[in-house]
Design a protein around this ligand. Structure first.
Ligand SMILES: C[S@@+](CC[C@H](N)C(=O)[O-])C[C@H]1O[C@@H](n2cnc3c(N)ncnc32)[C@H](O)[C@@H]1O
Length: 361
């Protein structure tokens, strides 16, 4: 099913995946080690499909990127006194041996504990699961294919409190095989769900499938990032139960895709070139953004969204950033439709102490 990504240099899609993972990890880590009084005494970082550590050109894979990011944060780690555990796993013995020898070249064990396993992902996941309830965690689950992040794995993941995860999935593989009985054991996505969407959007269908597993009423955030490779559409799925997690992940996504914040290609096939804008402003604005802005405007005007908190949560759940909501709020104020009686914030909405209600004119 899946090709061995270590038999040749990493391709562009793999490099995009690694960069997004690494950029997010660089945003996640300081949340726990930068405060002078850290909230969590212990954090755990899991990379359970570890690979070999480097590609044939020596480009670093995910576990090496974790260690080098930690090493670069030496001062903060030492000052914080937070205990850090890195748990790395790789199933294939030959790859595992290579991984260990690569990790040993850079591991600084005075900063963190490094625990390495040569087992099946599920065994490690199960073994560490209870412990994860007592620590803050970040899991990178870079499976080949689609089989590992099953309903049961996913449902357990989203129950964990201070836990963010990022997993990789071969989404267009699902389009090809969704009717195969063997496949349905892993993911129960119907052919119809997939056929209703364009090929480019297949990863978003996969995200919606996982979204159905979130219990009604539970505040939980998921976000996709689609990755196109010659062999098909792949993607990352990010999950967190904290607004700060989704704010940070979306920040990384929009840094990588300035048009839609969700893909390493022109996912809506609009051929907008931001470096050569046309004279008509609306034509430079992706449809996705136009739809979001119109929807948010209407929801505010209709009083469906009346508070800062509700507006910001809606914005994040639509895959947009807080500043995009502020833009609409300012416009509505300029148009004399509302009065904003609270301070607009660009990030950290969990710090908003009191929910404020818009004044309608
Ligand atoms: C896409 S690669 C990982 C690449 C790595 N994250 C990186 O960026 O360098 C997936 C790896 O998972 C390993 N693998 C496949 N099935 C596994 C399983 N059930 N448990 C653990 N590892 C597995 C494969 O041998 C392969 O090395």
């Amino acid at each position: 099913m899946a090709k061995d990504i270590f038999s040749k240099p990493f391709d562009d899609g793999t490099l995009d995946k690694l960069k997004i993972f690494e950029d997010y990890f660089k945003e996640w880590l300081p949340v726990f080690i930068a405060p002078t009084k850290p909230i969590w005494n212990e954090i755990q970082i899991f990379d359970l499909f570890g690979g070999e550590g480097k590609d044939t050109n020596g480009v670093l894979g995910s576990p090496m990127r974790i260690l080098s990011t930690l090493n670069k944060n030496e001062n903060l780690i030492l000052r914080s006194n937070v205990k850090i555990k890195v748990i790395v796993n790789e199933f294939e013995k030959q790859k595992f041996d290579l991984l260990i020898s690569n990790l040993e070249t850079i591991a600084n064990k005075s900063l963190y504990d490094l625990e390495c396993y040569n087992e099946d992902f599920v065994s490690i996941y199960e073994r560490y699961y209870d412990g994860m309830k007592r620590t803050a965690n970040f899991l990178f689950l870079d499976q080949n294919g689609i089989k590992q992040i099953t309903e049961s794995v996913f449902k357990k993941l989203i129950q964990l409190k201070q836990t963010d995860f990022l997993f990789f999935i071969s989404s267009s593989y699902i389009k090809r095989f969704s009717e195969v009985e063997e496949f349905k054991k892993y993911l129960n996505i119907t052919r119809q769900e997939i056929d209703n969407k364009s090929y480019y959007h297949v990863h978003k269908v996969v995200l919606e499938y996982y979204r159905t597993m979130i219990p009604n009423g539970k505040e939980y955030f998921l976000a996709p990032f689609s990755i196109k490779k010659p062999a098909g559409i792949y993607g990352l799925i990010f999950g967190t139960n904290h607004t700060l997690g989704i704010e940070k992940f979306l920040h990384v996504c929009w840094k990588h895709d300035k048009l839609t914040g969700e893909a390493n290609f022109d996912i809506d096939n609009e051929k907008i070139d931001l470096t050569k804008p046309t004279l008509f402003e609306e034509m430079n604005k992706p449809k996705k953004k136009q739809v979001f802005e119109n929807t948010l405007r209407l929801k505010i005007i209709n009083k469906e969204l009346k508070t800062d908190k509700a507006i910001y949560l809606f914005t994040l759940s639509e895959g947009f950033q807080i500043k995009d909501a502020n833009y609409i709020l300012r416009e509505l104020e300029k148009e004399n439709k509302i009065q904003i009686n609270f301070k607009l914030t660009n990030s950290d909405i969990h710090k908003v102490q009191q929910t404020s209600t818009i004044i309608y004119k």
